[in-house]
Design a protein around this ligand. Structure first.
Ligand SMILES: Cc1cc2nc3c(=O)[nH]c(=O)nc-3n(C[C@H](O)[C@H](O)[C@H](O)COP(=O)(O)OP(=O)(O)OC[C@H]3O[C@@H](n4cnc5c(N)ncnc54)[C@H](O)[C@@H]3O)c2cc1C
Length: 242
């Protein structure tokens, strides 16, 4: 497996579309014609004018001669970086560094796959799921997507579109919102995963979200005898436990 070298590209923001709950779908086109090769699950950094870099998972699966990239970016009014970033996106030209990250699929394992995503953690999972679904040899795939409210599932129809006898979608709302008419599962995301232990034990497990969410999920799964060596996340590399 080849790890591709990181390079810097200047890009045009071809589309900036508000989906839901402050999450935007961003489409980038590179002035160089094609994006560098990357693996499903990797991320890029958008370099701000002051040199600071913001990381975002690449939501599109890799294809040869990639002309467009999709990102899912949450606008955070409390974050200076996020405000600077959206100013740059609205102006239409940005600089990116890619590919980054060691939590990816270079090929589809001959094992069931479990993807656990909080909020925009869905972006990384979308790339790996679409890559896996294209491979006829894939085993069962489970997506656990967690959000505080049903509106947090900012692409609600896509996992339903993926559904098949081998793709299983488990949306989980963390706040009990009877008034919102949510009839699905609610509670903590890792509790839903543990409830399904018999179904998914022995799978390769990928977790995406904040470091706090990833470590809480990892600890809960390991305490229930899921094997640590089968659990993967970028967080283990960029925010190691001291
Ligand atoms: C490897 C990586 C991938 C990321 N991918 C995305 C993404 O696809 N979409 C997005 O909107 N933000 C993503 N983020 C967060 C994003 O980089 C920051 O929100 C942004 O840079 C603003 O910076 P900040 O320092 O103000 O926020 P930070 O304090 O760095 O983070 C703000 C928010 O981002 C969330 N966050 C942190 N890590 C991740 C992650 N891996 N995936 C998803 N959310 C995360 C946190 O829970 C928090 O709510 C990612 C971060 C990292 C490290």
């Amino acid at each position: 497996m080849q790890i591709n070298q990181v390079s810097t590209q200047s890009c045009q923001v071809a589309n900036l579309q508000l989906l839901s709950e402050g999450v935007y779908r961003v489409i980038l086109k590179t002035h160089q014609g094609y994006f560098p090769d990357y693996w499903a699950g990797q991320y890029l950094e958008i370099v701000l004018t002051d040199g600071e870099a913001c990381a975002f998972s690449i939501a599109s699966p890799p294809v040869p001669g990639q002309k467009e990239l999709e990102l899912h970016i949450q606008k955070l009014s409390s974050s200076t970086n996020s405000i600077k970033l959206f100013n740059a996106l609205e102006q239409g030209n940005i600089s990116i560094r890619m590919p980054k990250g060691q939590c990816f699929l270079a090929s589809v394992p001959a094992k069931p796959l479990v993807f656990i995503a909080a909020g925009t953690g869905f972006a990384q999972m979308k790339s790996m799921i679409e890559f896996s679904l294209k491979n006829p040899g894939h085993k069962d795939i489970h997506l656990y997507w967690g959000a505080r409210s049903p509106e947090g599932f900012y692409m609600p129809n896509l996992p339903i579109h993926w559904a098949s006898s081998q793709f299983h979608y488990h949306p989980v709302v963390s706040d009990a919102l009877e008034q919102a008419g949510w009839k699905g599962r609610h509670g903590l995301l890792f509790e839903a995963v543990i409830d399904d232990k018999e179904l998914i034990i022995g799978s390769e497990i990928f977790i995406s979200g904040s470091p706090q969410m990833v470590y809480a999920t990892f600890d809960a799964l390991v305490a229930k005898n899921f094997q640590a060596k089968n659990i993967h996340s970028d967080v283990f590399a960029y925010a190691p436990r001291s």
